[in-house]
Design a protein around this ligand. Sequence first.
Ligand code: ATP
Length: 418
Amino acid sequence: MKPGQKFLEKIPPVCRQIARVVEEWGGSAYLVGGLVRDLLLKPAQFDITAPDWDIAVDLRATGQGLLSLLKKINAQTNCRYVFYNQFLTGTLLFGDLRVDIAHTRDESYPAPAVLPLVRPAGIEQDLRRRDFTINALALTLTGKGKGEVVDPTGGQQDLQLRLVRIIHPNSFIDDPTRIFRCIRFAIRLGFEIESGTLYLLRAAVKNGYPARLTPERILYELRCICRERAALKMLEAVVKEGVLASCWQQVPGAEFFGFPVKRLLAELQKLVQAKVDSGLLFVYLLSRLPVNTRFPITREEREAQQILRESKVIVSRLRRVRKKSAIYRQLVGIPVPALQVLKILTTGVVRQRLRLYLEKLVSVQPQLQAADLISAGIKPGPELGRMLERLRAARLDGQVKTTAQEWALVQRIRGKNV
Ligand code: ATP
């Protein structure tokens, strides 16, 4: 039996269905990408329930296009699909299962670091345009070769040698995101970077190719790293190899945009040890990077990044305030992710106050609501807002504990104001 035959019986039915349609038409279909790498690396541990599947199809001999394939599968299964004509790719969505289908293609790079031009080609060419030999493996799903591995670049041997190796010498120049990917895969899999590959990676960094990437692509790579279990090691490597500095045309040194690199790494370590989620790690990283408005991040991320950059002010104010209502006033409105990061990076009384705010104070509300106060004759507007804030402060400081005490406070304040 061929190596992948047994495995093929277990792949999601829809993948088999795609293969069947393509085979009926006289084309070829392959499982490609990281799934094949992971399957060949650790067959026993392979996660057959993986949510994302990558399939490459060669329809050149069929007279059919990728869109017809997507439509046919849609008609048979009622799944959702998206088609990207320009890229010769499509996605099928079946609940939580996502199958990306691409026509096998050849690529050419009109200039370094720009997106490639694509044209239909066979599976071997398709695999040769990929990033690393270990990612250039395909499992045949159709025809006589069903269950066979297509391996034109020696990927299976590199899996055994535990090496990440690029496929051609211009690889990092064509697409500098591969510099990030190389570090990410080597660390995730516990592989070495092959010596020639490492040499070319370092040369591409030294020659400033990462700076040619668009902000979107740099941030995408950093988000991917932050999601990894070994994110800290990867970020350390990205910093030590000067990749981050190179993205901003800087020469790597003891400081990164005025911030000591040692402290950057120590803070990242603290955050990882505190098991923060990938979003918080990313927000922290943003705060240490010269990310301007050209960088596509969410409003919350931008605000959090800003706060973290100016955290000295918050920290020194928090040191001075004691009353709970004063702590609340200092922190209300600041995005929670920024405060969660700050809580981990600070110590002593500042940390205690941040924790108190995040765990308790942030959710304290007076019992009386705007509608209660309006029905008691307070006009909607600034006076109402102030009254609600006074009530909340009194609650926070333990001056009122019941609704009756809140009403009494309202009367006292109104009495004074008359
Ligand atoms: P993961 O396990 O993180 O999903 P993956 O190998 O599946 O890893 P993807 O980013 O999903 O990685 O990409 C799928 C495949 O597409 C890769 O295995 C690789 O063959 C190819 N690929 C992705 N990015 C690039 C790139 N920048 N250059 C060349 N090939 C790439």
